[in-house]
Design a protein around this ligand. Sequence first.
Ligand code: FCB
Length: 447
Amino acid sequence: MSLDLAPFGPDFTWGVAHASYQVEGHHEADGKGPSIWDTFTHTPGKVRNGDTGDVACDHYQRYPLDLDLVRSLGFAAQRFSISWPRIVPIGRGFVNRAGLDHYSRVTDACLERGIEPWVTLYHWDLPQALQDAGGWANRSTVGRFADYAHAVAERLGDRVHHWIIFNEPSVFTSLGYLMGIHAPGLRSPRRFAAAVHHVNLAQAAGARGVRAAAPGSQVGTSHAISPIEPPGTSSRHERALHAAEALGHRMFLEPNFGLGYPTDAAPIVRLVERHQRGDDEHDIVVDWDFLGLQYYTKGKIRPAPIPGMRFVPSTNRDFRRHEITTMGWEVRPEGIYDALATLHRYGKVPRFVITENGVAIPDVLIDGRVRDHRRIDFFRSHLEHVARARADGIPVDGFFCWSLLDNLEWAEGYDQRFGLVHVDFDTQVRTPKDSALWFQGLLADSP
Ligand code: FCB
């Protein structure tokens, strides 16, 4: 059952991660403005069971107790996101001191417990007022984001030394602007293309904003990479694969690396590039201090005659050879190595951190205990591949579990439980699952 910690070394960061909308609740507290996720969850039919983040894990109030849990389990870092509309309620102009005060208290509460705060600036809860003006499809959102990033870093930068600008741009742009599954619920290739370019620009503008206000801090961003299995060997299959890789990660990584857009890979990438203006090609470049990798499963696609795209995601699952999670995702631990290798091959970033990895399975709470051995196996097998990456010289020096608590899994609502700690959403009682205790044992042995 045991995993050897020695290959990770003494400087490896062990943490847990969560995002504001998924855990906080108190969606109208202390002057907060509405976000696109408030609007989306309150729109009938968008989220499973009609679930909303109005209460969630009540973490906005219970954060001291939750951080006690983090410490008692032995984790050294907490990654949390800032809710933009708590800081800038209508996305521009007035900066809400009460919102900044809240995250300042959370930061202090981390530090008092010996937990390092890692702050994500954008984990999907855009102020609704900015969406009303077009959201990420509107170029002016880039400047608004840079102002917000600067305001947060100015307040927290004396204590927060690790910053993650965006969480998974490929996911929130495609699910939100192209597929309509996440907020803001659009299905518009045109607006998707604009949003992608503006988000890439905002990566750089946000990084500059943070560096100006908090010099010397470590600035990175978090990308989801699901290495794609070649769907076949024909040239049609190959073209579909190239298009899927471009949309999945390349068009989000490469402009920031100064490599431009991979326009040959799919016509829709050319649509994105068309939004480039003036000095964008230079302004978009970022020298990241680190990159976050978020890995859950491998990607599957099949060729399809969709204009501009050439592929569709495939939902085929191989039940014979792979375990399937309640999200319907295959458990493919070796993919975390492949995703790290993909990033490392660029030779552009000095170090990587796994900023999310975790699994939803059918947990049952019986007599105060959740025997989630499948989750333990999941983490152990993924960590073994992270250790292998280190042994092969890939500089990966941190791992954040998704997530400490069961929480609102976006459009899937509360049915999907990713936590190391079970949450009873009626009583807010927290119960560490066996996987939490496994980590506690593991981290107690750390060198
Ligand atoms: C990632 C998100 C995170 C969580 C996990 C399961 O894509 O970043 O908020 O929902 O998936």
